[in-house]
Design a protein around this ligand. Sequence first.
Ligand SMILES: O=P(O)(O)OC[C@@H](O)[C@@H](O)c1c[nH]c2ccccc12
Length: 238
Amino acid sequence: MNNRFTDALAKADRPLIMEIKRQDADGRDLLGARGVAETVERFEAAGAPCLSVVTGHWFGGSENLLKDVAARTALPLLRKDFITNGRQLERTRELGASAVLLTARVLPATALARLTDRALELGLTPFVEVADEAEVALVRRGSACVVAVNNKDIAARERLPGDPARSRTLLPSVRSTGTRLPVSASGIADPVTAARLIDEGFAGLLIGTGLLRAPSVTAWCAAFDAARKVPARGRPGD
Ligand SMILES: O=P(O)(O)OC[C@@H](O)[C@@H](O)c1c[nH]c2ccccc12
């Protein structure tokens, strides 16, 4: 099985899944003059272990964006979209991703189970996003998945601010799914909040807007490293 995404995240000193997203949920541009090429370079230079690419049209994404990013980097890629069928999973692999978002909030339980199995069959890591206890209970084959708590509400199209307290509350049950990679996702902009989530036991964080709007990704990461109680080993640039 292809575990490139999970291996890279598990080994990372700075376990930040940096996200490339064209627009926020209100249609405001997030890439600016930098465009895709420079954004990928900035994230790679900051030592990202893997990247997330939003192909969902709510956020200005497309399959071409994933193709474009895959052509520019060898880092493992997560595709973020609203996946509902097996054909989209096959396409995700063809486009060069090694992990795929499955959103518990928008999928019937049977579909979530079927898509988890199919993703694993195809060698894709399911990145299962949950927002409450009932959704955590739907996760299957957790030990083969990344299980991520979404701090924002996808049903409100992520227009409301995120609340990292949701991640804290759900961490014990997320762990009980068997995942070795609990992740906190969305609405994390401040490096000190990010550091606390890692100190509290999250194996990774998924950050889009916060890093895309940061004047310097390197400076953001330095502030994150400095705020961590357990320092990262052998950081790039040390
Ligand atoms: O930009 P943020 O607040 O850091 O959020 C990132 C990510 O979690 C968000 O883009 C996202 C969460 N669920 C999704 C579903 C589809 C597309 C995108 C998403």
